[in-house]
Design a protein around this ligand. Structure first.
Ligand SMILES: NC(=O)c1ccc[n+]([C@@H]2O[C@H](COP(=O)([O-])OP(=O)(O)OC[C@H]3O[C@@H](n4cnc5c(N)ncnc54)[C@H](OP(=O)(O)O)[C@@H]3O)[C@@H](O)[C@H]2O)c1
Length: 190
């Protein structure tokens, strides 16, 4: 386990993104209507209530975002409530919500020194560039990949770049009534 080694308090980093069927996580114009549910289409799937989502979200101790994802989240209306958020950036930013802090520097130090002593359940929620760096550095313990039932044709590639071959362990699959599928994988054990 990457971040938790040597830590009395066991910390886990979960990378969560939603991808189209053809492997894109954002459209060129940044519009998000492709993420909307098409309605109940897959009868064998499960559905999840707002209450269940709220209960689940409460288990997340901290979100980590790249600065472009942060800008988009601010633009769309803040989805993270008052949960602590760390934005990775090399830029200076004007003041933000109280729950937001900006971080510039080494990502392993971010996880092991800054986050692990404070948080147990850390969610890395994009974008592609930051997720790629976390994976390259071996800082991800779990991948939760949600596949949306849509082809986009073009956009921002999920994990486009220089990852090397690595076999992850499938832990769970949930198919939802709305046609979305969530795949959960744990990191390869060394
Ligand atoms: N479908 C999904 O689940 C999902 C999830 C999240 C985001 N998105 C979409 O993805 C897009 C953004 O993704 P993106 O790949 O373009 O950008 P991103 O990963 O959100 O942010 C990239 C920025 O993060 C900072 N950064 C990354 N690595 C760094 C490092 N090692 N050290 C310091 N700073 C670092 C840099 O910020 P500075 O330039 O400020 O230095 C860099 O420009 C948006 O359209 C968003 O809506 C989709």
């Amino acid at each position: 386990m990457s971040s938790s080694e040597g830590n009395a308090k066991k910390t886990s980093v979960t990378l969560h993104v939603v991808s189209s069927l053809d492997g894109f996580i954002a459209k060129k114009d940044n519009s998000v209507s492709w993420l909307d549910s098409p309605g109940g289409v897959y009868e064998a799937g499960v559905s999840i209530s707002e209450e269940e989502i709220a209960t689940f979200v409460k288990t997340i101790d901290c979100y980590v975002l790249g600065s472009r994802t942060y800008e988009h989240a601010v633009e769309l209306g803040w989805p993270y409530g008052d949960t602590p958020v760390v934005v990775v950036t090399g830029r200076e930013w004007p003041s933000a919500k109280k729950s937001v802090e900006f971080y510039s520097g080494d990502l392993k130090t971010l996880v092991d020194v800054k986050l692990a002593p404070r948080y147990r359940n850390i969610w890395l929620v994009g974008g592609a560039m930051l997720c790629q760096r976390f994976l390259e550095l071996g800082l991800v313990d779990e991948i939760r990949l949600t596949i949306a039932p849509v082809l986009l044709g073009e956009g921002l590639r999920l994990f486009g770049g220089s990852l090397t071959e690595e076999r992850w362990n499938l832990k769970n699959v949930v198919a939802y009534k709305n046609g979305f599928v969530e795949l959960s994988y744990s990191a390869p054990t060394a």
